[in-house]
Design a protein around this ligand. Structure first.
Ligand code: 1GP
Length: 236
């Protein structure tokens, strides 16, 4: 699958409509909305604009417990399992839970693992947590295994938005080998070669953000790469 991340701070309505049209044209599987730090109050306005179409699910990718809206289809209910800050392991989640219940949207329990990517990222700074070292695949594997045993629904290997280096292929391969859950990979995937290598290493889902912001054509290009990894559905 391919997901496109929209940062509500970084898109005007015209650009948003262009991105949405391309996502529809290339059958992007879902659109994520959220950010570690939102400076403007445009979160819900952007979700409403994206929901003008019906075919692509709009999923919240919350940077904190305030990013909840009944206008979305679902929320990635993330817990920052790579870190040791209780606020991002359960604190924000506990505060958001009643609002998610009230919003009546699907919540997808997601183990969020921040992986070191060559320079400090907004997520590590804001969450005040250390990322898993890029060469320590065993730590990522053990954390992902624990998440699976806890009943999480997905594993997200995150290099961080705008990452210098994406999550390396060896770590993706190792994590995939040891878990059955869908594996999402994002951060710093800005070209088709990198997308290919991440799918090839075992990522079930790739998320692109900055790359698509800079050049919207990347959506179509990576959608083509995705095709090579999409199993052909058997006709009944
Ligand atoms: C961030 O993984 C996403 O959570 C997307 O990262 O903006 O670097 O593509 P980029």
């Amino acid at each position: 699958m391919l997901g496109v991340l929209i940062d509500p701070d970084k898109c005007n309505m015209r650009k948003l409509s262009d991105v949405l049209n391309l996502c529809r044209l290339h059958k992007v599987d879902f659109i994520l909305v959220g950010g570690s730090l939102l400076m403007q109050n445009r979160f819900e306005e952007v979700i409403i604009a994206l929901k003008k179409q019906k075919e692509i699910p709009i999923i919240i990718f919350p940077g904190n417990g305030f990013q909840v809206s009944s206008k979305a289809d679902a929320i990635l209910f993330t817990s920052l399992l790579s870190g040791r800050n209780p606020e991002y392991l359960i604190g924000q989640q506990m505060q958001a839970a009643p609002h998610i219940r009230e919003a009546n949207i699907e919540s997808i329990g997601t183990a969020y693992l921040l992986i070191e990517s060559g320079s400090p990222t907004s997520v590590s700074y804001i969450s005040n947590t250390q990322a898993i070292p890029a060469n320590k695949s065993d730590i990522a594997v053990a954390t992902a295994m624990a998440a699976e045993m806890m009943g999480m629904q997905m594993i997200y290997l995150e290099a961080g938005s705008g990452a210098k280096n994406p999550v390396n292929d060896d770590m993706i391969r190792q994590v995939k080998k040891h878990i059955k859950l869908p594996l999402i990979c994002g951060g710093g995937i800005n070209d088709i070669e990198t997308a290919f290598s991440k799918y090839n290493a075992g990522a079930d889902i790739i998320v692109i953000g900055n790359g698509a912001e800079k050049d919207v054509n990347l959506i179509g290009e990576i959608a083509q790469v995705r095709k090579r990894f999409t199993p052909v559905r058997q006709k009944k």
